[in-house]
Design a protein around this ligand. Sequence first.
Ligand code: HEM
Length: 409
Amino acid sequence: MTDVLPPVQSLPLKRSSRFDPPDDLKALRERGPLSRFSYPDGHLGWLVTSHAAARAVFADQRFSSRRELQHFPIPHPFVSGEMPPADPGSFPEMDPPEHTRYRKLLQGEFTARRLAHLTPRIEKIVADQLDAMEEAGPGADFVRTFSLTVPSLVICELLGVPAEDREQFQARAHVVAVASMDSTPEETMAALGALQEFVHGLVLARRSAPTDDLLGNLVRSGELTDEELTTIALNLLFAGYGLTVNMLSLGTFALLENPAQLADLRAEPELIDNAVEELLRYLTIIHVGPTRTALEDVELEGTLIRAGETVTLSLPSANRDEERFERPDELDFRRQGARSHLSLGHGIHQCLGQELARIQMRVAYPALLRRFPDLRLAVAADEVPMHDELAFYGVRELPVAWGAASGGA
Ligand code: HEM
């Protein structure tokens, strides 16, 4: 059936409501798990919309992550034509055995046990940003005062960025990883160059005096060149920063718009772990890709995917698949099996920083609700500006209010 229908001409990105994926994705999913998809560069590949098929592609190493084999599902802001192979250290865009080598070196730094020592630091960072919000007063933009700062300071902790360099690091990281929609390509490239230079400096400093942190440990392993270490550190920043910012902002918006779930979470704080999984599922902020390219002919759900064809996995669609989740369009913090969402991927490339992302959300949402028991939007919900032009969906600004004096929406 999929072969006789005309190919999908562009990846549906416009959400049908603040929190719901585009209706077009649902229509495609109802037609079948895979649709022919015409990529912006003219390549004819596939769009996967069911949970089962997306999970199967993630788990199947006949589908490659190699950068040079991928076609972009939306027009790329900087690249036209073929991509060169990934730089040494850019392991998210590699396959085994190269990917395995890097992943093994890094995995130990990202276990729940190893990250536990960061939790008190994250609690302090969150408390400081809540102070900053209080100081800014009702009407404060939650994105600027809170969500942009928390993940960038956490990455500074992870990489061991010295206190005196943090402000500059954050400003550049912000341009590169989050605000590229508001910056010109020249500004983004300039900030990227400056960041690269700064991170390279951090690596050199660790070489001469290794510390007991992520970069220090990687230096001590003796396995990686300075170039690889710099690229790895930048990859962690790019992979982790913008997504966590948007989960904090959009998650807070969703909490405020779902008062029954919010009341449950206030009454039963132990719901937080499941609430975080359900927010990851329900909001699915990655709405472009990931992509994989078939290394050989593969039959998937009765459809032949030919060697060389790129497959785009629609995570917003997979996470609302009624075959996998009952009442998929409801936010339900008591949902059984919420954790089987695909928002953090699956298989060998499953999110390396997932525990770090979870800790930030598990600390931030409850602390926010405790500090501002009557937190509310300071504008009408439909006036909250959203962005869907990046690889992830999110909130541009989230004006919030609390206390009796200032009105809410
Ligand atoms: C809520 C926030 C986050 C979301 C939704 C998210 C989502 C994802 C997804 C879906 C993948 C798989 C991509 C693929 O298979 O092609 C991934 C991989 C990755 N993520 Fe995250 N991520 C988040 C936070 C973080 C953080 C905080 C870090 C680190 C500081 C991080 C580091 C990585 C890395 C390094 C990879 C590549 C892993 C590999 O290729 O082996 N992520 N993430």
